[in-house]
Design a protein around this ligand. Sequence first.
Ligand code: SF4
Length: 367
Amino acid sequence: MEVLRPFRDEIKAKSLIDNIKALTTKPVNIMEVCGGQTHTILKYGIEDLLPENIKLLHGPGCPVCVTSLEAIDMAINISLNKDVIFCTYGDMLRVPGSSMDLFKAKALGANLKIVYSPLDALKVALANPCKNIVFFAIGFETTAPANAMLILQAKKLNLKNFFVLCHEVLVPPIIASLLESKESNVQAFLGPGHVCSVMGLHEYEHLVHNYQLPIVVTGFEPLDILEGIYACVQQLNNNGVRLENQYTRAVTQDGNIPAQQAIKDVFEVCDRKWRGLGFIPKSGLSLNSQFKDFDATIKFKVDNLDIQESKECISGEILRGLKKPYECEFFGTKCTPLNPLGATMVSSEGACSAYYKYRQSKLTASP
Ligand code: SF4
């Protein structure tokens, strides 16, 4: 942890907070779009240290949280096939579908295998030639290169028993969609550092230009977050908007070009339904025509589901920055990490889970 110490320095943090306080004269809403940033903000109590007129909103930056009910139901349908071994990351197991989650599917006989990397799924396919192996490929641009490499490798090995249920999503279209909404109350964004380390900065320059608001690509440690907020407030104070890169130790202008090429080789942009946010045009990645043989939705004929989301869970409003988790009447009572009603309480990166983990005692303390 020695390497992280400089990014958690209390004296520097205090100085940044003083600078932010000195500059903040009017109410400002700043949204982060990465679950890792949300957790740092909650873990270190950053919002409590800021002036009251700065509000931090927690956008759709957790891949588990935005995976649609339809995708979960497809995963459950596929996993219940007797000849399938369904490979998934562990945090997808408890994401509620329309009638059950993957854990319940396991209880009903689904053969689920928890994996820690896409290549683990490939090993399962090689070790089980008489079974169909399906990998649940979820995530933002950060996971897409590894998933692309997985599919390229499966093609190279000429695997006929390996399939991918793909629910990859893209950050820039969701930012554009949030800003185009009439209800948008965001004045600045902390940009997603990890996504930009892969994709570079170009797409975010377009967003700044088109929507005329500051975006500061930001890292994940407390000083990163404070520097990102300070840069946003400076820009808003000066009435100038531009793209800034706070996370220079990981993000370059062009990003990781080989990783971007792998994405282009395997995927094509598609419309995608996001949990709580609906269909967003051109906001997802699906397998391109060269790799359709690996598409689990074709192999198992599970596409075209359309499911209504629960009226109880307000995670859509939280992901749009309109509400905070503690404004949900079920937060911490009917909905907890052990009994989640919505995906934002399941994932370790979800906003409801972050508030439950770091703020629950404060929120429920008697006056
Ligand atoms: S607390 Fe639970 S029910 Fe409420 S918004 Fe969060 S996930 Fe949904």
